[in-house]
Design a protein around this ligand. Structure first.
Ligand code: GLV
Length: 329
């Protein structure tokens, strides 16, 4: 039997499925430090990860390893150049999380615009003594301009929801999306700078790459309206969290909603001390059904990539399909 490592806690029924095909080693505890992950992968044929960094040194120390299946759509934890050089397949879990993540982007944007967590903290602290006409005044969402940075599948799902809120939609993306999609979503392309100047609510949904590092920093925040909100459901590192904390403190922008952070689970201390930010612990895809779907899809990819199950040899979500069928190097 081929050997696999499941590097993270995961739904037990998924472990049971994997055991039908593999000799499974399961780390049902905290994320493994890099050297421990490397040690545990040394004799494995495959692995299931969730954000665990996998790079050249780990692959070099694991000569049998042929696939690493990430339980996430984002795979910036994989060094894909190293995967390609070693002929190791990476897989991810796109699509199954689009609608759930779009729902959450909206939830976070609306909580941010309407100051929901800030006012809840006030209430819980026993500070609510009377109704006030000017308490927790926020920004309207209905009828405002939504700026989506990253018009992939999740960005498009977010844009689709904007119709019901009668919003103008502007977007920025590496490349323009097809005319038909722009028309269906009623979304207009803008440069990043124009979008930041124009949008009342900016939502970030782009993948993290080295080119996208600090896509939003002090210079970009300076372009935004002082009444605008910024929501990040993409990845930590796309926003310069220190610059954002300062922009929130000085009210350069009105508020932010953040589900992802640079260096998470650590959070920049400046973000923890300002009231005008809604903070959630990387849960945008965390509905019961979607997290189960992601776990099962990651397992399906692993099973297929290791030549087992109904799709043997044909995993649904290869990141680097060119290495399929090539010998490990
Ligand atoms: C979660 O962050 C994902 O990339 O799926």
């Amino acid at each position: 039997m081929q050997k696999i490592l499941v590097a993270r806690p995961i739904f037990p029924e998924v472990i049971d499925r994997l055991k039908q095909y593999f000799d499974v080693e399961w780390n049902n505890g905290d994320a493994l430090p890099a050297d421990e992950l490397t040690r545990r992968l040394a004799d494995k044929d495959g692995a299931l990860t969730a954000g665990d960094p996998v790079g050249a040194a780990t692959l070099a120390a694991a000569p049998r390893l042929r696939v690493v299946a990430n339980m996430a759509v984002g795979y910036n934890n994989f060094d894909m150049a190293a995967f390609n050089a070693a002929n190791v397949l990476g897989t991810n879990t796109p699509d199954v999380l689009n609608e759930t993540t779009a729902d959450f982007g909206w939830a976070l944007m609306m909580a941010t615009a309407r100051r929901i967590t800030e006012s809840e903290h006030f209430l819980r602290a026993g500070k609510w003594e009377k109704w006030q006409h000017d308490a927790f005044l926020g920004a309207d969402v209905y009828g405002s301009t939504l700026g989506i940075v990253g018009m992939g599948r999740i960005g498009q799902a977010i844009a689709r929801r904007a119709k019901g809120f009668n919003m103008r939609v502007v977007y920025h993306n590496r490349s323009r999306v097809a005319h038909g999609i722009e028309a269906e979503l009623n979304a207009e392309y803008r440069s990043k700078e124009a979008l930041l100047r124009e949008a009342d609510h900016v939502v970030l949904v782009l993948p993290y790459t080295s080119e996208n590092h600090h896509t939003i920093g002090a210079a970009e925040l300076a372009l935004m309206k002082p009444t605008a909100t910024l929501t990040n459901v993409a990845r930590g590192g796309i926003v310069d969290d220190a610059a954002l904390a300062e922009a929130l403190r000085s009210r350069r922008i009105a508020a932010a909603g953040l589900d992802v952070f640079e260096g998470e689970p650590n959070v920049h201390p400046g973000l923890l001390t300002v009231p005008n930010v809604v903070l959630t612990p990387h849960i945008a895809s965390a509905s019961e059904a979607t997290r189960r779907a992601m776990a099962n899809l990651a397992a399906d990819n692993l099973i297929a990539a290791l030549g087992e199950g109904p799709r043997a040899g044909h995993p649904a979500n290869p990141i680097n399909p060119d290495v399929l069928g090539k010998a490990r190097s």
